[in-house]
Ligand binder design. Structure first.
Ligand code: FAD
Length: 115
């Protein structure tokens, strides 16, 4: 089958959206188990991403920039950095990581679960 750049870009946008939103929702003070879960998720995401070339490049990026899973700020900043590395390779503009604003739309459900 031929490469379809539109589908590839759409998959990328959807994936990045989930990726960054997950970081924005990661606990500020995670338990070791939560940190391990995020690290495992990122490793498997990089391995299973459904575009072979992208997955290969992204795995190389993870080797160079190990996932930061110590808390929400570290994880969000790290995700922004690696996305910017992908942007660089694709000759896209750099994103200003001080302007991160990903919202899951799930309101206060996190707080409620803890009550
Ligand atoms: P995207 O890069 O998809 O970004 C979507 C939106 O996220 C932007 O509009 C902006 O609002 C925001 N954003 C941009 N940069 C950041 C940042 N640093 N931090 C937070 N938010 C940001 N495509 C290829 O052609 N070759 C590849 O090798 C390749 N590898 C990829 C690897 C991964 C892991 C992923 C998830 C995608 C990959 N893609 C690849 C797809 C590519 O990164 C883009 O998603 C796609 O080209 C669409 O680009 P876009 O300009 O719409 O913006």
């Amino acid at each position: 089958k031929l490469e379809n750049a539109t589908a590839k870009a759409e998959l990328g946008r959807a994936s990045w959206k989930l990726f960054h939103t997950m970081m924005a929702r990661f606990p500020e003070k995670p338990t070791p188990d939560e940190s391990l879960a995020l690290k495992t998720y990122i490793t498997l995401f990089a391995r299973l991403y459904p575009c072979g070339d992208c997955a290969r490049h992204f795995q190389q990026l993870l080797a160079k920039y190990p996932p930061q899973v110590g808390g929400r700020n570290a994880a969000s900043g790290w995700a922004c950095l690696v996305h910017n590395e992908v942007n660089k390779r694709l000759k896209k503009p750099e994103f200003d990581c001080t302007k991160l604003d990903y919202d899951c739309g799930c309101g206060e459900d996190e707080k409620k679960e803890k009550e």
